[in-house]
Design a protein around this ligand. Structure first.
Ligand code: NAD
Ligand code: UDP
Length: 347
């Protein structure tokens, strides 16, 4: 397996980041590796960390991430990009690691399920080994999917889940469960400082128009005047968190003391049916799109809502942005993106 050393910066990316410096801009600033930093959540996280004065090294294979998500960040002197697949080891000096690298949308993670599983398991292993060597604190972007099609509602962290081990979603669900296992074993065995966030459905700017998840699908379909594709009868539920709220939660979780290791649900506890979401999107876009029914994907969870009491108690965190406000911001983003003829894919 090939291992990457700090000075490797992908030639394609290098042209855009020719004046990249990896330096500490303030005395208390940290060197932070964000794996998956060019993706939807990762790009917001990189921006937050840079604005807080940290040096950020974005490590991404650009499979679902976009160069356009991070283009503006090259104005920060502490930002650098390494094109790298975390399935292979990486060796770099860092103080903190955020592991967000993994396709998150069902059509994307199912497109190459073996690579998704490798990303979850080998990727976590490689980054945990790096954390063990450097003494860096490490954050795992886990998921509500580890609860599968939950029989306990709302989902509490103590619930072990109801997960199919051999279905089309399993590469992601079981991959993320295995990653959690590795995180806790590295903590128990090698005293690595870990933080594990179980993220529930999150949406906002920097999602791809072809991401395939429900919020981006509905908004893009509504803006284009296409049919809105409801999978099944639309009575299944999800709870949607706006990205800014989630990134607050990431930072508050990462700032907890070393003895706090419990997985923490991060998501918005207000639950909607998928039909209700479609109605909201149609109303807010003023679209004339009609809803149509498509088959419900295999193992699609019936209901999902986080119990966030632990996050409220331990982090003092709860989402602040109501769905309509977050949807309006996301609609503006997609409207601009679809209008710009310059939209490009880097993947
Ligand atoms: P995304 O697909 O937009 O971003 C994932 C990023 O990881 C992309 O930039 C992609 O190119 C990169 N990546 C994928 N495989 C990689 C690999 N092997 N090596 C290096 N880079 C790789 O997804 P997102 O919504 O930003 O999700 C980020 C993380 O949060 C994922 O780990 C996902 O499982 C988790 N999560 C997200 C949500 C959500 O609602 N957005 C919910 C639960 C969990
Ligand atoms: N969904 C839908 N139409 C779409 C995309 C998704 O009805 O165009 C449904 C999907 O079947 C699921 C819910 O919306 O019940 C959320 O799907 P998403 O892929 O966003 O996330 P996940 O299933 O991983 O929660």
């Amino acid at each position: 397996m090939k291992s990457v050393r700090p000075n490797f910066i992908s030639p394609n990316i290098n042209s855009l980041f020719s004046d990249v410096h990896v330096i500490r801009s303030k005395q208390r600033s940290l060197h932070i590796l964000v794996a998956g930093g060019a993706g939807f959540l990762g790009s917001h996280l990189c921006e937050r960390l840079l604005k807080a004065g940290h040096t950020v090294i974005c490590v991404d294979n650009f499979s679902t991430g976009l160069e356009r998500n991070i283009r503006h960040l090259r104005n920060f002197e502490g930002f650098s990009v390494i094109k790298h697949d975390i399935v292979d080891p990486i060796d770099i000096e860092v103080d903190e690691i955020y592991n967000l690298a993994c396709p998150a949308s069902p059509p994307h993670y199912q497109a190459d399920p073996v690579h998704t599983m490798k990303t979850c398991v080998f990727g976590a292993l490689n980054l945990l080994e790096l954390a063990a060597r450097t003494g860096a604190r490490i954050f795992q972007a886990s998921t509500s999917e580890i609860y599968g099609d939950p029989l306990v509602h709302p989902q509490v962290e103590s619930y072990w889940g109801n997960v199919n081990s051999f279905g089309p979603r399993s590469c992601y669900d079981e991959g993320k469960r295995s990653a959690e296992t590795l995180f806790f074993d590295f903590h128990r065995k090698y005293h690595v400082e870990i933080k594990v966030a179980r993220i529930f459905n999150t949406y906002g700017p920097n999602m791809r128009p072809d991401d395939g998840r429900v919020v981006s699908n509905f908004i893009v379909q509504a803006l284009k005047g296409h049919d809105i594709t409801i999978y099944g009868d639309g009575s299944q539920t999800r709870s949607f968190c706006f990205v800014n709220d989630l990134i607050d939660g990431f930072q508050q979780l990462m700032a907890t003391g070393p003895s706090f290791t419990s997985p923490v649900n991060l998501g918005n506890p207000v639950e909607f049916t998928i039909l209700e979401l479609a109605e909201q999107v149609i109303k807010l876009t003023g679209s004339r799109s009609k809803t149509i029914q498509n088959p419900l994907p295999t193992d699609d969870p019936r209901q999902r809502r986080p119990d966030i009491s632990l996050a409220q108690r331990q982090l003092g965190w709860q989402p602040m942005v109501p769905l309509t406000v977050g949807l309006e911001k996301t609609i503006c983003y997609f409207d601009r993106l679809l209008t710009e003829q310059t939209y490009e894919f880097a993947g």
